[in-house]
Ligand binder design. Structure first.
Ligand SMILES: [Zn+2]
Length: 251
C-alpha cells in the first residue's frame, strides 16, 4: 500500500463501464512535489473533479503494468466507501497557478512518450484538424444513475459510456519540437469528459465542440494531455485539452 500525497487532478476521461458493471473514470493526477503524472484507475464517478487536490491510498494493479499506474486501495470492496481511501481537500488548485503548473511539468513530443513507455505527457500541439466521427445512429442513454446521498454530488448524472455516443471527437496535430514519429501528424481521439457532457446536453450541436475547445483560437494557449491505453500501450489518446486564455487577451 502506498499513500500518495498532494495530488492535483489534471484530467479525467469520460466514464466507461467495467466488466462487472461498475461505472468508472480514469484520473490523471500530478504529484505536486515531483511533478510526476500518475494514473489512478478505476475511480467511481463524481469523486474527483479537475483541479481537485487530494491524497489517496493506492496499490498496484496486477493486471495493468503501465508506468505510474495505480488503483485505489480495496477499491472493489470499498467502491461505495471510497472516501476511506481518498482524502479530497476543500480548496481547489488556484486558477492563477494552473498554466504555470502545466508548464512546470514540461512538454513532450509523442515519440519520446512512446520510446520511454510513459503513461502520460503534455504536448504543445500545432493543431491541424478537428473531426467528429459518427459511431452510432444516436447517443443511447440507457443508463441513468441517481446516486444516493453517500455521494457528494450536485446533481444526478446521466451516465453514458463513451462507446454509446453518436460521435467520437478526434484531433489531428503535429508536435512542437523534435518528434521522431514517422507520421508527423497524429490523429487521436479525445476522451475528455467535458466533451462528452457537452454532446449529451447539446445533441445536434456537437460541431460547436471545435470552438469550445479553443483549438484554433489565437487568444488561447492549448496543450494536449495525452495518455496511453491499456490494451495497446504504444497508442495514445487525448485525455484532456488544457486551454488557457493568453494574458494579453484577459479582461
Ligand atoms: Zn509528434
Amino acid at each position: 500500500m502506498v499513500l500518495l500525497k498532494n495530488l492535483i487532478v489534471i484530467g479525467q476521461g469520460a466514464p466507461n463501464q467495467l466488466k462487472d458493471g461498475r461505472q468508472s473514470v480514469c484520473v490523471c493526477a500530478c504529484k505536486l512535489d515531483s511533478k510526476e503524472l500518475i494514473r489512478i484507475y478505476p475511480v467511481p464517478i463524481g469523486w474527483l473533479r479537475k483541479w481537485d487536490i487530494f491524497d489517496a491510498e493506492v496499490e498496484k494493479n496486477p493486471r495493468d503494468h503501465r508506468e505510474n499506474t495505480w488503483k485505489i486501495k480495496n477499491s472493489k470492496q470499498d467502491w461505495k466507501k471510497i472516501y476511506k481511501w481518498i482524502d479530497r481537500k476543500e480548496e481547489k488548485y488556484p486558477d492563477k497557478n494552473k498554466e504555470g503548473l502545466i508548464k512546470s511539468i514540461g512538454f513532450s513530443v509523442l515519440s519520446d512518450l512512446i520510446d520511454n513507455k510513459k503513461s502520460f505527457g503534455i504536448i504543445k500541439p500545432k493543431i491541424e484538424n478537428f473531426e467528429l466521427e459518427q459511431k452510432n445512429k444516436s447517443t443511447s442513454k440507457q443508463l441513468t444513475l441517481n446516486f444516493g446521498d453517500e455521494q457528494d454530488l450536485d446533481e444526478p448524472f446521466t451516465i453514458i459510456n463513451q462507446k454509446d455516443y453518436k460521435f467520437k471527437p478526434y484531433v489531428a496535430y503535429k508536435c512542437a519540437g523534435n518528434c521522431k514519429c514517422k507520421k508527423k501528424v497524429h490523429r487521436q481521439s479525445i476522451s475528455e469528459w467535458g466533451c462528452y457532457e457537452f454532446m449529451r446536453k447539446n445533441p445536434g450541436k456537437e460541431e460547436q465542440l471545435k470552438d469550445n475547445l479553443r483549438l484554433f483560437d489565437p487568444e488561447w494557449n492549448v496543450y494536449l494531455l495525452v495518455g496511453n491505453i491499456h490494451k495497446a500501450p504504444q497508442t495514445y489518446i487525448i485525455i484532456d485539452i488544457l486551454r488557457f486564455k493568453k494574458k494579453e487577451f484577459k479582461k
